[in-house]
Design a protein around this ligand. Structure first.
Ligand SMILES: Nc1nc2c(c(=O)[nH]1)N[C@H]1C(S)=C(S)[C@@H](COP(=O)(O)OP(=O)(O)OC[C@H]3O[C@@H](n4cnc5c(=O)[nH]c(N)nc54)[C@H](O)[C@@H]3O)O[C@H]1N2
Ligand SMILES: Nc1nc2c(c(=O)[nH]1)N[C@H]1C(S)=C(S)[C@@H](COP(=O)(O)OP(=O)(O)OC[C@H]3O[C@@H](n4cnc5c(=O)[nH]c(N)nc54)[C@H](O)[C@@H]3O)O[C@H]1N2
Ligand SMILES: [Mo]
Length: 762
């Protein structure tokens, strides 16, 4: 047999657990590849510790009592990615035109290393040339000043600190708009909208200590092993206490099945593992409403029977009566739902659903953990509301060990919203900021991500400023967006590494390199710290100590201030430069705007475990319109927003274990057994046979959206996989080209990336 090329696609199932030796080997592979300095290795020891730096990867909380190494495989990769010794210098740009670079892969662009100089695009040579910061700020400001503020977008990605985010939002409002879309718009906005209307707070109600008090976890659509691996420690402790973990996920994700704790010498030496999920239900993509309705139906049936028999009721009627509204309508919807519909829409059998309902009916304190598998659907908000319905039925909100637990994405994505990064006026204390800074803030709703995309495509958006992220790559409709981007009069990207968005210039284009969070941030008053809010509303200080990647970098607060002070008229109530000199003054300003959550902000900055900003729903105080927690009957049992049709599939766009969003760390999705390629199509064996395809065959996907527009993704290798029939899986962001910008969650406008209607072309 011919020896396989070592870089040829290798699709061999992985048999190891999450964590364990596989994660150690993966780090042994990736850390040296970034050629990290000895200093950078030392930084890993400070990761996620009080007075250390907060991981730049996910938003999972950082415990007060930390492990010796409080980072996971993914966190270490993220640190290595930032502290790499590779550099993307002006010499690099002198050698490559953007036309050439557009032919490079995402991985190769970022792997070239950290950006070192502010750059201006030169259309004549089609290259980026080094420029001075002063020239950059001056020209950007002079481009923005004559524009209608409504035509300018200020995007930000959720990694940006509370300090920089607060300044950025303020700058946009003083300039005259709240066109402040952020990555949350593509992510947990369905949570922010759904939880706010249901229980009066836009965030989850649980904290780390709830893992010590729950006796059951419902787990929907989140891939913990790849995207929040530190949570595996909490899940493992739960399992050791006998907590039931009932998972609903179309794919059998390894982290939800088995975990070996790399921090346990015993587990590592004996290769022992913890089984994570006690039940695993492979629901159809978009089928969770059906599954949850099935659970609700069981509860109602058993409650009826208990009433007749005079035994203990299954529903918490006292809680429902005192704390909720809308129960009767919801109950009517549950009674009306048929098992035929539930089974068809969820893809699960009645017996299977009944097994999960039995556990739920018994449990005293239940956490419902969920991620993008629920939020990124046309009915994403209804998914979130249905989670709340289930919890409310048994009083599982506002008591220890219970409550909705959305797993946020970027490390400060929740915090950005807290300090004013939002297009929605009602989320900002407008009167307060007006009084604090003496200006009239815009009241008109700003553009969210979907609306910004439409605006770029139809030409209404003229200028785009991005504080981090890779907007063009993260959003739907890749082809139309790339085609439209060059029509912008101004494109400004503040970033740490070169990405695909930077290769699409506008008429005037700047690429501005910033410090990463792990790097030392020296200002005139001394070294500075920044802060972020985790998934459980705890706020942490973070101090970078590593040597900056280049002496020409500015911090994000310094870049925002540099731009704002040239763009805006002088304001006696606001001294941008003084803020940059000493970030504690920005925190004082944040506290002045948001006195309750940020009380004594500077004093509490480095409190171990973070300081909690509070959450009224945990006290059973409901800040909803009715003053009660609200049930809501779903409008249907499918979350996809489209009808099934012959040859039409539901495509889930997924992250691998070797990426952070659009950043591709490598080509090994270990848990799914995909090596040396990302061009795969996960498919049920029966679907493969029915479509007349073969394993390993190369196919294309075509959009099957209502608008009939042509969108295609070529060159995918068919890979038989344990996935429900009618559903497909493939990687984000390469498949975003298949997504219509009009396919998004109702109300929240989150692009519906987990059920994209497609057809297969052989
Ligand atoms: N290492 C690493 N960490 C990350 C990220 C990363 O890219 N890499 N990204 C960060 C960000 S911004 C975010 S938002 C989070 C994302 O973390 P996740 O919320 O885990 O997002 P995805 O990886 O998109 O996967 C969603 C999961 O939902 C499942 N799923 C898909 N459709 C459905 C459905 O209809 N129903 C159900 N029940 N399940 C479904 C998929 O099989 C998958 O397991 O992670 C954050 N952390
Ligand atoms: N099809 C599909 N599309 C999706 C998703 C999906 O599941 N499927 N998920 C969506 C989700 S949940 C999200 S959150 C978005 C992500 O969208 P974004 O947040 O826009 O994308 P990222 O890939 O996280 O951004 C990576 C870039 O950020 C820059 N960067 C890194 N660190 C820093 C820093 O410290 N400062 C600054 N200024 N820049 C920095 C680097 O240049 C890097 O290239 O994508 C969304 N798009
Ligand atoms: Mo996200």
């Amino acid at each position: 047999m011919a020896k396989q090329r070592s870089d040829a696609p290798d699709l061999t199932p992985y048999t190891g657990p999450a964590g364990g030796w596989g994660s150690v080997r993966s780090l042994a592979d990736i850390l040296p590849r970034e050629k990290m300095s000895a200093e950078a290795y030392r930084e890993l020891g400070r990761q996620n510790k009080p007075d250390g730096f907060m991981c730049v990867s996910c938003a999972w909380p950082k415990p007060a009592k930390h492990h010796p190494a409080e980072f996971c495989e993914e966190g270490a990769k993220a640190t290595a990615w930032e502290l790499t010794t590779y550099r993307t210098t002006p010499e690099f740009f002198a050698e490559h035109t953007l036309t050439e670079l557009r032919g490079w892969k995402d991985y190769d662009l970022e792997q070239h290393g950290r950006l070192t100089h502010p750059l201006r695009y030169d259309p004549a040579s089609d290259k980026y040339l080094a420029c001075s910061w002063a020239d950059a700020f001056r020209e950007i400001a002079s481009e923005l000043k004559p524009l209608d503020p409504k035509s300018v977008v200020f995007y930000s990605s959720g990694r940006t600190s509370l300090e920089a985010s607060y300044m950025y939002g303020l700058m946009a409002r003083m300039y005259g708009n709240q066109n402040l879309p952020d990555s949350s718009n593509m992510c947990h906005e369905s949570t922010s909208v759904g939880l706010k209307s249901a229980i009066g707070v836009p965030v989850g109600t649980t904290r780390l200590e709830d893992f010590e008090q729950c006796d059951m976890i419902l787990f929907f659509g989140q891939n913990v092993g790849s995207n929040a691996p530190r949570m595996l420690h909490d899940l493992r402790s739960c399992r050791k206490r006998g907590v039931e973990i009932v998972t609903f996920n179309p794919l059998r994700e390894r982290g939800l099945e088995r975990f070996t704790d790399p921090q346990s010498p015993f587990e590592m030496a004996t290769r022992s593992e913890t089984r994570i999920s006690t039940q695993y239900h492979q629901v159809k993509a978009g089928g969770d409403l059906g599954a949850m309705m099935g659970i609700a139906k069981c509860l109602v049936d058993w409650d009826d029977a208990a009433e007749t028999a005079g035994t203990e009721r299954v529903l918490d009627h006292a809680f429902i009566a005192e704390h909720t509204k809308g129960f009767d309508d919801f109950l009517a919807a549950v009674r009306a739902a048929t098992w035929d519909d539930i089974e068809r829409e969820s893809g699960l059998g009645r017996d299977e659903i009944t097994e999960s309902a039995k556990l739920y009916a018994k449990a005293k304190a239940v956490m419902a953990i969920y991620g993008m598998g629920l939020t990124q659907h046309v009915k994403g908000v209804e998914n979130v509301r249905m989670i709340v319905n289930l919890l409310l039925m048994r009083g599982n909100i506002g008591k220890p060990g219970a409550g909705p637990t959305p797993v946020r994405g970027h490390s400060n994505v929740q915090g950005q919203r807290t300090v004013g990064i939002t297009e929605k006026t009602e989320l900002v204390p407008v009167d307060k900021i007006e009084a604090q800074y003496g200006f009239t803030a815009p009241r008109e709703k700003g553009l969210d991500t979907v609306e910004s995309c439409r605006g770029v495509i139809d030409g209404k958006v003229k200028a785009f400023v991005a504080l981090g992220g890779n907007f063009l790559r993260a959003v739907p409709e890749t082809a139309a967006m790339e085609e439209a981007w060059p029509r912008l009069t101004l494109s400004v990207q503040i970033a740490t590494k070169l990405n695909r968005n930077h290769l699409f210039p506008g008429a005037v284009t700047y690429l501005l390199p910033c410090l990463g969070r792990i790097e030392r941030d020296d200002q005139t008053s001394g070294p500075q710290a920044v802060s972020m809010e985790d998934s459980t509303s705890c706020i942490h200080g973070s101090r970078g100590k590593a040597e900056p990647a280049s002496p020409h970098l500015l911090s994000e607060p310094a870049i925002v201030a540099g731009l704002a002070s040239r763009l805006l008229a002088p304001n006696p109530k606001l001294d941008w430069e003084a803020w940059v000199a000493d970030y504690s003054k920005i925190r004082d300003a944040i506290e002045a705007t948001y006195p309750e959550p940020f009380k004594d902000f500077n004093q509490r900055l480095f409190q171990p475990g973070g300081f909690w900003k509070g959450n009224k729903a945990t006290e059973r105080v409901w800040l909803t319109k009715s003053g009660k927690a609200e049930f809501l009957a779903p409008t249907g049992l499918s979350a996809t927003g489209f009808d099934d049709a012959e040859g039409r599939y539901r495509l889930m766009t997924l992250r691998s274990n070797d990426q952070f969003n659009t950043t591709i760390y490598g080509y090994y999705d270990r848990f799914r057994g995909v090596k040396n390629t990302r061009d795969v199509l996960f498919m049920n064996e029966k679907d493969i046979a029915r479509a007349g395809l073969n394993e390993g065959q190369i196919v294309a996907l075509e959009s099957d959206a209502e608008d009939g527009k042509t969108r295609a993704r070529e060159g995918l290798i068919v890979m038989p996989y344990s996935i429900p029939e009618g559903c497909l899986g493939a990687y984000y962001p390469e498949c975003n080209v298949l997504m219509s910008v009009e396919h998004y969650a109702e109300e929240s406008h989150v692009p519906a990336a987990k059920s994209v209607p497609v057809r297969i072309r052989a």
